[in-house]
Write a protein that binds this ligand. Structure first.
Ligand code: CTP
Ligand code: MG
Length: 412
């Protein structure tokens, strides 16, 4: 502990529920989102608050040690609040009982108490700050809420519609809910156990509670669908095999060949009569070779040097089509189809424009996918500018074939 002033604000994070509607084996607050427990995400919001607060985590009896280590890991990240005291206490059989137990741990100097559901794991720190500010400014209970967007019907037990509720008078309320300490502690002492939020308890004790603007990110994770939403918001990659099969893969390739006046020019799969040729073990077609490297890289199959060795007689003096067809076969065998390929030729000669469409059509037909070809010079700079050779740069997009599942071969 440092000599920073004792906190005036406390946050009780209730995390003792079982998560029946989520349906996981472990208690809800300990279910991972993007490889970190829900409680950890919730605490990151709490520890992002402007004002250091006492933090009381209410956890299931069986998870007290886990909750403590989660708290420690978050405090480690949020160094600005490491001086703030924190505690983990065991919860009860209802949310209200868990809140009551959390309140027993309040430090004497606390004036404002926020109660927060760990299940609202992505709640931004700014929402905590605005609730604290509003409690301080008004001396009232303050809860965040959002307008209700759906049309709401009241229905009977058989689903018969009794009426349409005027939604202009409704708010979907969230946490953190903040109160002057004595107001909340007093109301909670006499509360019934079926309340699903603290505002209901405080209001039924006769106090005024007001709604301030909530935040879409403060949604409660209740069902598997909500968990999925949180995972997606945190950028988690889909984990289902079917979903994994739709993640595309990108690869890039570069190739350079020097001009060789004794050879004919083959480039982008085409013969270019009257142009200076390029040297190489094969025909020196830098465009085709760069595309092969991009395709192999996207599939995780290594590179052209490793796959088409110079010792392999099939490739001596071979034209681009041979390499491209073989690369297509390899990536197809690995479970991919080609999305598209983009390749750029860098050099003074040959002038590409007159034969661009022809080259694109040929390359696209070999690969059975769209190939776009562009060209540029380097303003007389470097080996391409001096006319010593050409370079080609390619990018390829591969799409795993749904159902089959791509087989990545990192050893290749
Ligand atoms: N909570 C709690 N103690 C309980 C019940 C709930 O601390 N006995 C907490 C939950 O951990 C959650 C918050 O209250 O952070 C809101 O409750 P809810 O979303 O209903 O969570 P669960 O009760 O765990 O879920 P379910 O109702 O589906 O079982
Ligand atoms: Mg519940």
């Amino acid at each position: 502990m440092t000599d920073s002033p004792a906190p005036l604000v406390a946050v009780v994070v209730v995390a003792a529920g079982s998560g029946t509607r989520l349906g996981n084996d472990e208690p809800k607050a300990f279910v991972p989102i993007s490889a970190r427990p829900m409680l950890e995400w919730a605490l990151r919001g709490v520890f992002g608050m402007r004002e250091p607060a006492q933090v009381i985590v209410v956890a299931p009896e069986s998870k007290l040690a886990d909750a403590r280590s989660i708290c420690e890991s978050v405090v480690g990240v949020a160094s600005s609040v490491s001086a703030a005291p924190m505690q983990v206490v065991a919860g009860g059989s209802s949310r209200s009982e868990s809140v009551r137990r959390g309140l027993e741990a309040l430090l004497p100097g606390i004036r404002i108490v926020l109660v927060h559901d760990a299940a609202r794991a992505l709640t931004p720190a700014a929402l905590f700050d605005s609730v604290v500010d509003a409690v301080r400014a008004t001396g009232q209970g303050i809860i965040p809420g959002l307008p209700v967007v759906d049309t709401i019907k009241s229905v009977d037990a058989d689903g018969g519609i009794l009426g349409t509720v005027d939604r202009s008078q409704l708010a979907a309320v969230q946490t953190p809910q903040g109160f002057p300490r004595d107001m909340l502690v007093g109301a909670t002492a006499q509360a019934r156990d079926d309340a699903t939020d603290d505002a209901a308890i405080v209001a039924s004790a006769g106090h005024r509670v007001s709604v301030v603007a909530g935040d879409q990110l403060a949604f409660k994770i209740t069902t598997p669908w909500d968990l999925r939403r949180a995972q997606l918001l945190l950028g988690e990659q889909p984990v289902a095999p079917q979903a994994a099969g739709i993640t595309p893969r990108v690869g890039m390739g570069v190739d350079v060949h020097a001009f060789d006046d004794s050879s004919p020019l083959w480039l982008a799969g085409l013969h270019w009569p009257g142009e200076r040729g390029l040297s190489g073990h094969s025909d020196g077609d830098a465009v085709s070779h760069a595309i092969c490297d991009a395709l192999l890289a996207a599939a995780g199959l290594g590179d052209i040097g490793g796959v088409f060795g110079t010792s392999d007689g099939r490739f001596a003096d071979a034209h681009g089509e041979v390499f491209l067809s073989e690369a297509l076969r390899l990536v197809t065998d690995a479970g991919f189809r080609i999305g598209n390929v983009s390749v750029q030729l860098v050099g003074n000669r040959p002038k590409l424009a007159p034969r661009r469409a022809e080259a694109e059509a040929l390359l696209s037909s070999i690969l059975n996918a769209p190939v776009s070809l562009s060209a540029t010079t380097t303003d007389a700079l470097g080996f391409t500018g001096r006319g010593e050779g050409v370079a080609a740069l390619a990018t390829a997009l591969l799409v795993p074939v749904t159902g089959g599942g791509a087989r990545l071969n990192w050893e290749a």
